[in-house]
Ligand binder design. Structure first.
Ligand code: NOJ
Length: 552
């Protein structure tokens, strides 16, 4: 793989900085904490690290409310610490990707403060999305739309105007028709590229372009009927392409060109592919496997569709089972399959809640959990993905088989999805609990002085130090898998990808001599002939339930 295209087949490890490792005993993970663990990342064998936001932030949304895009939160470190981290990663051949949050800033951003201090119609307000209220007193919001974390999407500012926020009220949306906003983000991209980052993860990449010119705006009920795409006022409009074409020019100023992966919750693969073309971001997340039941028919369809669309886009596919927004895969895959019957409750915006949120809300009682099968399936799913063409994104703790944490007292929860959807959602804190590095200590080795989200007593049994010494551990398995993948990849990249016939409930594909077989069922399956290279469960003369096997 040439230096320019490293991202096409990369294993990218997502770090949620506040919850990875704490170097200064304040209970909050930081950049020096990450730097102290570069050896861990090297031994795991990842190609790149993606850092979730580490910018100054009041943490209304875990850092996705950015006060200043070109600085480091002092609680997380300094720009010198950032440079030192990039150098330490690069010294081990690990790339660095940073999160860019271009849909919204925080209310503390200086431009939002300037907008509040300026009158309606001013250039300062034009950088955000301000509209007059309706009715004689201008007291009625411009539309009845709901925000993603609950509550209305328009916030009054006291002078007859409202500003729009897709997420929390503390996250005002930028106006991407404003040239100053566009120019400022180009400056931010160059700033971080000049600090050595190799790429960007683009938050809500499908939401930047907006058209709120309809008068009146559609009602929430009408909006719910409009598909994401050119007719939707804010999801996946065609004009996003122009934004990323400009970004691409910046990426291409660098050698090698910087790359970006867009967070694109767009269901139609051909629409999603627009973000991944070489003249745009380069890659787009596909969350299809993350949302799918662990089932051979689903997995086959999803992989086939995404490989085709990545090919058509001139990109490579992405595979992901976990991130900081969803229930951890070792738990999710231990639940009974999602069905319309067990996933049909509504949240405050009237959208369908998935089975996972309903289960979390019940404190884990709503459906029975098979934790052992969950771990087996999450390992099998990840090993399946690691063998596919494309990049695999791993979320911190996934390599440990870490389950979701349910036992966080309400008073200690941080996620706005919990606070703003009272009684309807517990939010995403359960996958953001600081990692256990050692089996004991005030924070299981996360730091010297507790952790900003409480860790449960059972966390110690998943500790890195225990797993590192146990050849049968989940960590040992992934270290082996990533090392083997590195050996097999050069030949596989140029090899033909092929599906092979296999019994119902199983899938078998190959890339040259590298074959992968996954048994998605709860019963043993006949094992294909060949030399076994790796297995997620000890193979006998059959493929055990919920297992992936690499062989040649
Ligand atoms: C997606 C991020 O992954 C999520 O954590 C955040 O809450 C929203 N975008 C808003 O920035």
């Amino acid at each position: 793989m040439d230096e320019k295209n490293w991202w096409r087949d990369a294993v990218v490890y997502q770090i949620y900085p506040r919850s990875f490792a704490d170097s200064n005993a304040d209970g909050i993970g930081d950049l020096n904490g990450i730097r102290a663990k570069v050896g861990y990342l090297r031994d795991l064998g990842v190609d790149a690290v993606w850092l979730s936001p580490f910018y100054p932030s009041a943490l209304y949304d875990g850092g996705y409310d950015v006060d200043d895009y070109r600085a480091v939160d002092p609680r997380i470190g300094s720009i010198e610490d950032f440079d030192a981290l990039v150098d330490a990663l690069h010294a081990q051949g690990i790339k660095m990707i940073v999160d860019i949050v271009p849909n919204h800033s925080s209310i503390h951003h200086e431009w939002f403060q300037a907008a509040l201090a300026s009158p309606p119609g001013s250039p300062e307000r034009d950088r955000y999305i301000f509209r007059d209220g309706l009715g004689p007193d201008k007291a009625i919001p411009p539309s009845d739309w709901g925000a993603t974390f609950g509550g209305p999407a328009w916030e009054p500012v006291g002078d007859g105007q409202f500003y729009y926020h897709l997420f929390a009220p503390e996250q005002p949306d930028w106006n991407w028709d404003n040239p100053e906003v566009r120019a400022d983000f180009l400056r931010t991209l160059r700033f971080w590229a000049d600090h050595g980052v190799d790429g960007f993860r683009v938050d809500v990449a499908f939401g930047l372009a907006k058209d709120f010119s309809a008068d009146p705006l559609p009602t929430a009920a009408q909006l719910a009927q409009i598909k994401a795409g050119p007719d939707h006022p804010y999801y996946d409009r065609d004009e996003v392409d122009d934004i990323y074409a400009e970004w691409r020019q910046v990426f291409d100023e660098y050698d090698p060109p910087r790359f970006a992966v867009g967070e694109v919750w767009v269901e139609i693969p051909s629409r999603r592919a627009r973000y991944a073309v070489p003249t745009s971001l380069g890659q787009a997340f596909n969350f299809d496997l993350l949302r799918a039941n662990f089932d051979a028919v689903n997995f086959f369809r999803i992989v086939d569709e995404n490989l085709t669309s990545a090919d058509e886009a001139g990109s490579s596919s992405t595979w992901v089972f976990s991130n900081h927004d969803v229930i951890r895969s070792a738990t999710r895959l231990g639940l009974p399959p999602a069905t319309p019957e067990n996933s049909d409750i509504k949240n405050s915006q009237g959208t369908t809640w998935d089975r996972d949120r309903r289960w979390l809300l019940s404190g884990g009682t709503y459906l029975p959990l098979d934790a052992e099968a969950g771990l087996a399936r999450s390992k099998a799913a990840l090993a399946f993905a690691l063998a596919l063409p494309g990049s695999t994104y791993i979320y911190q703790g996934e390599e440990l088989g870490l389950p979701e944490v349910l036992e966080i007292p309400d008073a200690e929860r941080q996620d706005p999805a919990f606070y703003r959807n009272a009684g309807l959602e517990v939010g995403r804190d359960g996958c953001r609990v600081p990692l256990p590095w050692t089996p004991a200590g005030t924070s299981f080795g996360f730091g010297e002085n507790g952790s900003h989200l409480p860790q449960p007593d059972w966390f110690g049994q998943y500790a890195v130090s225990i797993q590192a010494d146990d050849p049968a551990s989940t960590l040992a398995f992934f270290r082996k898998a990533l090392a083997l993948r590195k050996q097999l990849l050069p030949a596989a990249v140029d090899a033909h990808f092929a599906w092979h016939d296999s019994p119902p409930g199983t899938l078998h594909f190959s890339r040259g001599e590298w074959h992968t077989f996954t048994n998605f069922t709860d019963a043993p399956a006949p094992l294909p002939a060949g030399e076994i290279l790796l297995s997620t469960a000890a193979p006998a003369d059959v493929a055990p339930p919920n297992t992936t096997i690499w062989f040649r």
